[in-house]
Ligand binder design. Structure first.
Ligand code: DX5
Ligand code: ZN
Length: 214
């Protein structure tokens, strides 16, 4: 699969409706929504009220990436705000199995996120509960950072793990994705690419999304 999930963190927050309508009309598949708490990551982005406004205009699934400690506390809240897909950081949560069940019970797709320094082997006993796994290719917290090259190897390891267990879990990559590395990531086995700056800071975001999908 070759899906693109543009990250609204790089959108113009003063013109969110305009930017969401641009994405609605583009070939992108999901809208990536980065929620940060200033504790798990150094930055604070936005919470449920903004997600609710995004939902009002979005015509595509909201792919909500929770960069918050103890994310199980907010599963219902983000469901009510309009999340379709909810991902939780392995490093921010003690009870992955319980939280993934809560996400599914609430009617959302769910997955685990790994920081760049967290090995794929951590997923051995939880991947069967994941609809997707998100591999961070930068240290989470900010848009516009440089892609970490070790990610290609992790994508291949994760693909091998899914194959070995006969699982159809999607592989998503987030951070520093651009027109140069997108095709290499798809080739390595990624299914979904998140792109913030590469889309929103380009001269023609719609064309950039089109090119990324090629
Ligand atoms: C970083 C976020 C990313 C970020 C990606 O913590 O999870 O989704 O918005 O931005 P770029 O594509 O600019 O690296
Ligand atoms: Zn993200």
């Amino acid at each position: 699969m070759k899906l693109i999930s543009p990250s609204l963190l790089s959108a113009d927050f003063g013109n969110l409706q305009r930017d969401i309508e641009m994405l609605n009309a583009s070939e992108c598949d999901w809208l990536h929504v980065d929620v940060m708490d200033g504790i798990f990551v150094p930055n604070i982005s936005f919470g449920q009220p903004i997600v609710k406004h995004i939902k009002k205009y979005a015509k595509k699934p909201l792919d909500v990436h929770l960069m918050i400690m103890d994310p199980g506390r907010y599963v219902e809240d983000f469901k009510n705000a309009g999340a379709d897909i909810l991902t939780i950081h392995y490093e921010a949560c003690h009870h992955h199995d319980r939280v993934l069940h809560a996400i599914h019970d609430a009617g959302m797709k769910g997955g685990v996120v790994l920081n760049p320094s967290s090995p794929v082997s951590l997923l051995e006993d939880i991947i069967q509960e994941c609809d997707l796994v998100l591999l961070m290719s930068v240290n989470p917290g900010f848009g516009g950072q440089k892609f970490i090259e070790n990610t290609y190897a992790k994508v291949r390891q994760l693909r091998a793990l899914c194959d070995r267990k006969h699982l159809e879990c999607l592989i998503e990559v987030d951070g520093g994705v651009n027109l140069q590395n997108a095709s290499l990531l798809f080739e390595a086995g990624a299914d979904v690419l998140v792109a913030g700056n590469a889309v929103f800071k380009s001269d023609d975001p719609t064309a950039t999304i089109h090119q990324m999908k090629q």
